[in-house]
Design a protein around this ligand. Structure first.
Ligand code: GLP
Length: 261
């Protein structure tokens, strides 16, 4: 796991975008995993700026979303498919038909989830997966207690996640769905490169557990310690609880020029 500690949200966004762009430039047909939440928004803005400047193209790429709320359809402003289109795909040259999300209105959820796994496999697997982390350590919507072998499925959101996300629903907790659909931890661990971004002191505890804590279902993000290619890009505030922060800074400062994310 590479830990990159940067001064502020802008630097995190630029580095996160670079980590994704490296794949797309190397392999224009890359399969990208897209995350929602506020943390990746800067990364999306930087990627869109590169596309608009003509230095990057997603035209050959396929994308898969990480998760979705149950009960919110494509027209709902907080459905993750709507959010991803609004914040990212509408601003880049990816073919909308190649952006795949989970169906929050599916009548047969297990069959839809199986088909989603199959679609990821058919696409050749995910080359680079962007991730955030919840304050309770969730990745995608894999809440504490999720199996590290889990696949795409329905989950219950914790009270903490619903309270955290109520800000996207005008502060109305009752409007936040109780159920969600999410790629499993096992699904996420199969992506070839995981790029996680986290910002702010509110994420410091989750970031500490993710990087330095014991691997535990209590903190689902600790599963990333089991993956061979993870880049964690965080600001100073999110890094404030790390024991080995100075070591991570030294490693990044002295990183060989040939070594990429
Ligand atoms: C949401 C999403 C996650 C995201 C997390 C953190 O619940 N399902 O994919 O990583 O919360 O969100 P934020 O970046 O807004 O703190």
């Amino acid at each position: 796991m590479e830990v990159v500690i940067l001064e502020d949200a802008h630097q995190v966004a630029v580095a996160g975008a670079e980590a994704i762009a490296q794949h797309v430039i190397d392999t224009p047909t890359s399969v990208i995993g897209l995350a929602t939440g506020s943390s990746p928004l800067g990364v999306y803005r930087e990627l869109a700026a590169r596309v608009q400047a003509g230095s990057l193209s997603f035209a050959g790429c396929t994308a898969f979303l990480l998760d979705e709320y149950v009960g919110l359809g494509p027209g709902h402003p907080q459905a993750y498919r709507t959010v991803i289109d609004r914040e990212f795909t509408d601003h880049v040259d990816i073919d909308g038909a190649h952006v795949c999300g989970l169906d929050g209105l599916a009548e047969d959820i297990p069959t839809m989830c199986e088909a989603y796994e199959e679609a990821i496999a058919q696409a050749g697997g995910i080359d680079v997966q962007l991730l955030g982390v919840g304050t309770d350590g969730h990745i995608a919507f894999n809440e504490p207690g999720s199996s590290f072998a889990s696949r795409t499925r329905i989950k219950n959101l914790t009270g903490q996640t619903r309270r955290d996300n109520a800000r996207f629903f005008d502060g109305d907790l009752t409007a936040v769905p109780q159920h969600c659909l999410t790629q499993g931890i096992g699904t996420i661990l199969e992506a070839r490169h995981l790029v996680l971004v986290a910002l702010g002191v509110g994420k410091a505890e989750a970031v500490r557990e993710l990087i330095e804590g014991p691997v535990s279902a209590l903190w689902p993000a600790t599963a990333l310690q089991l993956h061979r290619h993870v880049t964690v890009i965080i600001d100073e505030a999110a890094a404030s609880d790390l024991k080995l922060a100075d070591y991570y800074r030294e490693c990044y400062a002295s990183k060989p020029a040939w070594q990429r994310f």
